[in-house]
Ligand binder design. Structure first.
Ligand code: NAP
Ligand code: ZN
Length: 336
């Protein structure tokens, strides 16, 4: 079968591999769709640790093509989406119900072969079943939506809340729709690209603002002088991390979600944090949220077609991951 593998930082290519065999408790999946994520680009550049060589691709969905010993909950022909973040199930964090903090996490498409291939193997317990008539491209959103669902869980939005979302990539735009479902009174998205600001309004944001002029803090606070009840940071920069705290209301909740480069440092004021009683609640990965994401997607509640800007074949995956996102690009999905 064909697969797009990462061999070393900056070195990714299409190769022929043996079709994998599902082990006990595992499932062979014929990949229908696998989304390209910003973290694939970080892995390509060596900024995020991976096995090597490894087939990248952690946002995969497809059709069950083979069952390992002991798998009874799925049948050949079922459409499924994968939770790539497979925990050990034994460490203290797993036993505490926090699989996203597992000390032995072996994510598919990072530490073991993933979905930029004709076939991928995954544990049956980390798959969600999808409707037979679902658009296959939508299945590839289950993993990113499952991470957003965790962020919504920790944000604890209450009806009528003012919510700011910083960064209008695919994640920020997904958050707009999810925040709306929580009954937020106002949803303000900050992002530089005009097309994304327009799309955010169509998806349910009440306002969208351009941070280019002053970095965004002034224009965001002009819309909410006392600050926002909830701020979800989805841009992943030190500057926007600080901004998320600066625009929160006293007693408000800040959800850091964007991945700021590991060695970046910012200056925060403990006095400010204390006296404004900010709740800083980061949301990392997707602990036990895949099934809810799959159900939301299956129900058609999310406008996913608006987010897919391009589909590509496996042959194009190394070049697309090796280049920065094209202007206007939101989500690129590989279709093997
Ligand atoms: P993305 O496409 O890079 O989106 C981030 C967007 O933020 C950029 O495209 C940019 O859009 C905007 N931005 C940059 N600087 C800004 C600023 N100063 N003010 C306002 N907006 C700014 O990435 P994504 O796929 O949507 O993911 C968003 C973040 O979530 C990434 O850091 C990703 O690694 C992270 N992530 C975290 C988790 C988790 O579990 N916590 C899971 C998945 C992804 P414009 O050009 O329009 O400004
Ligand atoms: Zn564990």
């Amino acid at each position: 079968m064909r697969a797009a593998q990462l061999f070393a930082p900056g070195e990714m290519r299409n190769i022929e591999l043996e079709r994998p065999e599902p082990g006990p408790g595992e499932v062979l999946i014929r990949v229908e769709a696998c989304g390209i994520c910003g973290s694939d680009r970080h892995m390509f550049k060596g900024e995020y640790p991976t096995a090597k060589p490894v087939t990248l691709g952690h946002e995969f969905s497809g059709i069950v093509a083979g069952l390992g010993a002991g798998v009874t909950a799925l049948s050949e022909g079922d459409r499924v989406a994968g939770d790539p973040n497979v925990p050990c199930g034994r460490c203290s964090f797993c036993r505490d119900g926090k699989p996203n903090h597992c000390t032995e996490l072996k994510p598919i498409g990072v530490m073991r072969n993933g979905g930029f291939a004709e076939y991928v193997v995954a544990p049956a317990d980390y798959l969600a079943k999808l409707p037979a008539d679902l658009n296959p491209l939508h299945g590839a959103f289950c993993e990113p939506v499952s991470c957003c669902v965790h962020a919504i869980d920790v944000a604890r939005i209450r009806p009528g809340n003012r919510v700011a979302i910083i960064g209008g990539g695919v994640i920020g735009l997904l958050m707009v729709e999810l925040v709306k479902r929580e009954g937020a009174g106002e949803i303000v998205l900050s992002t530089r690209q005009a097309a994304r600001r327009a799309l955010a309004l169509e998806l349910g944001a009440t306002h969208s603002v351009d941070p280019s002029a002053d970095g965004g803090t002034g224009v965001l606070l002009a819309l909410a002088p006392e600050g926002y009840d909830v701020v979800i940071e989805c841009a992943g920069t030190g500057e926007t991390f600080l901004q998320s705290m600066a625009i929160a209301r006293k007693g408000g909740t800040v959800v850091p979600f964007g991945v700021v480069p590991q060695d970046e440092r910012v200056m925060i004021s403990p006095f400010d944090l204390l006296t404004r009683e900010l709740r800083v609640e980061p949301a990392w990965l997707n602990p036990r949220t895949l099934n809810r994401a799959a159900e939301l997607i299956a129900s058609g509640a999310l406008s996913l077609d608006r987010l897919v800007t391009r589909t590509i074949g496996l042959g194009e995956v190394p070049a697309v991951i090796g280049a920065p996102p094209a202007p206007g690009e939101i989500k690129v999905i590989a279709v093997p």
